[in-house]
Design a protein around this ligand. Structure first.
Ligand SMILES: Nc1nc2c(ncn2[C@@H]2O[C@H](COP(=O)(O)OP(=O)(O)OP(=O)(O)O)[C@@H](O)[C@H]2O)c(=O)[nH]1
Ligand SMILES: C[S@@+](CC[C@H](N)C(=O)[O-])C[C@H]1O[C@@H](n2cnc3c(N)ncnc32)[C@H](O)[C@@H]1O
Ligand code: SF4
Ligand code: SF4
Length: 607
């Protein structure tokens, strides 16, 4: 349900788009949101073309204007980054017969009315059109594609389309064993089956339904029909199925399966939390500890997964690193949603309704023009994906905590082995404070705010006089985003410094940030003046458009330095803005967040 659910939740509700707010609590504050200029610019670009819509709106219906861009028939599916799109994913339905915790809520997702879902004829027409423009591989997915009526006959017809060399299905495997022979005859030659556990009971907990035995039956059936390889998709979640990673690898000893461990991606309401996240590097480490060195296999171009093999084993092991290392630069995929929208990127929020265009009587030529326009608008990688990779360990404290509580409550209720989240509940929170953890004389039992004097109800500085000094370190980060052309114009050849008319930008900004750290207590009313002992500010160009500022502050003291680190990252970034603003006012200071805080009682370590 990745498609339908992510669309609905990622981009369905503006500022509260869940991935945005989840990853960047700051989406709420405006970061990762287009500046007004950028928004206007984008809207102008989109309005040149009548069918485009953002998923925050309903898909646009065709009106009278006709696209005017001339069509280069050989390059319809080539984007401005020279990526040729030869792989089309088609969602056959939004419905599913499972309710995987990481994918959709118990109650399922809101479904489009039946008459909005593409008919078989429409799917065939779209498949033919894409094939004529260079698509050679179509993968059917969903929802659960195999619950679509007459999928066998649909695939038989797709199998006859000239130019389509590969037909794949990604399925949960529940009913596959019954349909596989006919599907294979119809042309299916790529099979990805999802299975997250080798334990039948855990399967029920993860998917909220019965059926592990059926999935295993389907995997065995696929092997007996010589699908090569049979890929098994396994979304890895800490304390839920990560302890089974080596058991899955063991399966590859005798079976020609390719187990693909997928990094757990956050989609709204899908119970994601950083505490459940297991990275590719951690997975590899676990596997190497048990099986020794792995052979690296040669991956097909455009593959989403990095493939390895335990020497001597029949099968292989792959990793889909959507979170820690995105693979957008070699992206060759486009997708059709079940209700007929073309999406050029999994995470993009611009869709075009090919269904409406077809239903309005458009010719093939007209539809191809629309597709071409959409492809030309595809970004190098979507901000969300960049953000996933950049921020996957640095989530906004607040959001992560909220999710952490919800997720831990869910998982400890479901999985006896999961340790409940140690974060206090609402009730225990007041107990927590009233117990005087802060040893704060200013607080009475009902006052959860240590910065408010309980007797006068006026603001006050926390009394730390009774506390014991310890080594404290805090690390904060800000991302500064430039219009790409501006950053490129400013960058020197070593990409380590940028210079504006005002002078060397990074060097000056590091000085500004350092001064700011030392002055934190003068700016933030209740920060204690501290004898800061170390300030380290690093500035790095991390993409064509982004600069990352890291500020780490250390002190041996009774109180911590998180505000100092946050002030340092912010002021360094402000100075960067100031030194470059003559070139553009579209430079955006994006999220500023605490990355880690160590020492003292409220040690949150690496976040
Ligand atoms: N970032 C990104 N991840 C994707 C995309 N498509 C699939 N994935 C990831 O890949 C996982 C497996 O998807 P599958 O449906 O098996 O498709 P696939 O990996 O493209 O399949 P093949 O490469 O044909 O084997 C999904 O759960 C996602 O994590 C995409 O377009 N972008
Ligand atoms: C959305 S499903 C659709 C096809 C089919 N129902 C299935 O489960 O295989 C496609 C793939 O997306 C994966 N997926 C779903 N939610 C995910 C998440 N939060 N993170 C990573 N992969 C996810 C599933 O495990 C599955 O392999
Ligand atoms: S089987 Fe699971 S992953 Fe696939 S669509 Fe259904 S709920 Fe989502
Ligand atoms: S997220 Fe990256 S790999 Fe996925 S569809 Fe978008 S550009 Fe392609």
């Amino acid at each position: 349900m990745l498609r339908a659910y992510t669309n609905k939740l990622i981009s369905g509700c503006g500022g509260s788009g869940v991935v945005n707010s989840l990853l960047y609590g700051n989406a709420i504050n405006g970061s990762f949101i287009f500046t007004k200029n950028q928004q206007q610019q984008q809207q102008q670009q989109l309005s040149q073309y009548r069918y485009f819509t953002s998923t925050t709106d309903k898909p646009a219906s065709p009106t009278s204007a006709t696209p005017t861009t001339p069509l280069d028939k050989n390059n319809i599916l080539t984007d401005t980054f020279n990526r040729k799109h030869t792989y089309l994913r088609i969602s056959l339905t939004e419905k599913c017969n499972l309710r995987c915790q990481y994918c959709m809520p118990e109650e399922g997702v809101e479904l489009a009315p039946n008459d909005k879902i593409l008919t078989d004829d429409e799917i065939l027409r779209i498949s033919r059109l894409f094939a004529s423009a260079g698509v050679t591989k179509i993968r059917f997915t969903g929802g659960e594609p195999l619950i679509r009526k007459n999928i066998e006959s649909l695939i038989e017809q797709v199998g006859k389309i000239e130019g389509i060399e590969k037909i794949g299905i990604t399925t949960n495997g529940l009913v596959l064993h019954r349909k596989l022979e006919r599907l294979q005859k119809g042309g299916v030659n790529l099979l990805n089956i999802s299975l997250d556990t080798l334990d039948t009971h855990k399967f029920t907990l993860i998917t909220r339904r019965l059926g592990w035995e059926k999935v295993m039956e389907s995997i065995n059936k696929a092997l007996s029909l010589n699908f090569n390889p049979v890929k098994i998709n396994c979304v890895v979640m800490k304390n839920i199925n990560d302890m089974e990673i080596c058991d899955f690898v063991e399966m590859t000893r005798e079976k020609n399966v390719e187990i693909r461990f997928i990094e757990y991606m956050p989609f709204g309401g899908n119970k994601w939390s950083d505490k459940k996240f297991v990275s590719y590097t951690d997975m590899i480490k676990m596997i190497k500890e048990k099986f020794g060195a792995l052979d690296r296999c040669v991956d097909e171009a455009n593959n989403t997964s990095k493939t390895y093999q335990v020497p001597g084993f029949k099968g292989r092991v792959g990793f889909i690193t959507s979170m820690s290392e995105h693979f957008c630069s070699s992206c060759n995929r486009l997708r059709m949603t079940a209700d007929g929208n073309l999406k050029v990127c999994l995470f993009g929020n611009t869709e075009v309704s090919l269904r409406d265009i077809m239903r309005s009587g458009a010719s093939d030529e007209e539809i191809l023009k629309v597709i071409n326009q959409a492809v030309l608008k595809k970004k190098a990688s979507h901000a969300v994906v960049e953000g996933l990779v950049l921020c996957f360990v640095n989530l906004s404290n607040t959001i992560t905590s909220k999710l952490g509580v919800a997720t831990a409550a869910m998982s400890s209720a479901l999985f006896p082995s999961v340790t409940p989240n140690p974060l206090p509940s609402m009730r225990s929170y007041s107990t927590f404070n009233s117990g005087g953890v802060h040893n704060n004389n200013n607080n009475n039992n009902n006052n959860p705010f240590s910065h408010v004097n309980s007797t006068s109800n006026m603001p006050t500085m926390v009394d730390v006089s009774a506390k014991v000094p310890t080594k404290r370190t805090a690390h904060a980060r800000t991302i500064v985003e430039f219009p790409t052309d501006v950053l490129q114009q400013l960058l020197g050849s070593d990409r380590k410094e940028i210079s504006s008319k005002k002078g060397p930008v990074f060097a000056t900004s590091i000085v500004a940030g350092t001064m700011a750290v030392k002055n934190t207590s003068n700016m933030i009313p209740f920060c204690h003046p501290l004898g800061i002992e170390a300030i380290k500010i690093d500035i790095a160009v991390i993409s064509d458009a982004q600069v990352q500022v890291d500020c780490t502050v250390s002190v041996f003291s009774k109180t911590g330095v998180e505000m100092e680190a946050l002030v340092g990252a912010s002021l360094t970034s402000l100075c960067i803005y100031d030194m470059c603003k003559a070139l553009s006012h579209d430079i955006v200071l994006k999220e500023t967040k605490l990355i880690s805080k160590k020492g003292g009682k409220s040690d949150v370590g690496e976040k």
